[in-house]
Design a protein around this ligand. Structure first.
Ligand code: ZN
Length: 136
């Protein structure tokens, strides 16, 4: 493990570490030198869900929106060519047949998650009152 290089003014330079999936705090990230700048007030350090999100995701199949815009700036690809927007829903297994073909249902039951193209393609999974908005 490397040592942290302290910032001359901001010391360990702490930021709140946010869960990418719900935006809630889950700890503190110590950014140290951070290219000479004060650390941002909050950062997202990984795509790993917090315990709350993990619990919700475990209840079904997680459908995640992926596209050009994310709720956070400078978000890296989660896998090749896929940038999650931060919006997601969990579908019960029983509901999959209404939306997906039988082949796809089998695949989803094995993978437990899927990325869906941002916009109308994803919004069909949302309740009517949540369509069209990206919450921050
Ligand atoms: Zn979370």
């Amino acid at each position: 493990m490397g040592s942290i290089r302290l910032h001359p003014e901001h010391g360990v330079n702490p930021s709140l570490d946010l869960c990418f999936w719900c935006g809630k705090e889950r700890g503190v990230a110590l950014l140290g030198y951070n290219k000479g700048k004060e650390a941002p007030r909050s950062v997202v350090t990984s795509y790993a869900p917090c315990d709350g999100c993990k619990g919700q995701m475990a209840q079904g199949i997680t459908i995640m929106e992926a596209g050009a815009a994310s709720r956070y700036p400078n978000v890296p690809e989660i896998q090749a060519g896929v940038v999650p927007t931060g919006r997601w829903v969990v579908m019960r297994e029983e509901a999959l047949e209404k939306v997906f073909s039988p082949d796809m249902v089998d695949t989803l039951k094995r993978s437990r998650k899927a990325f869906v193209e941002a916009g109308p393609m994803f919004e069909q999974f949302l309740p009517d009152d949540q369509q069209g908005e990206i919450s921050a």
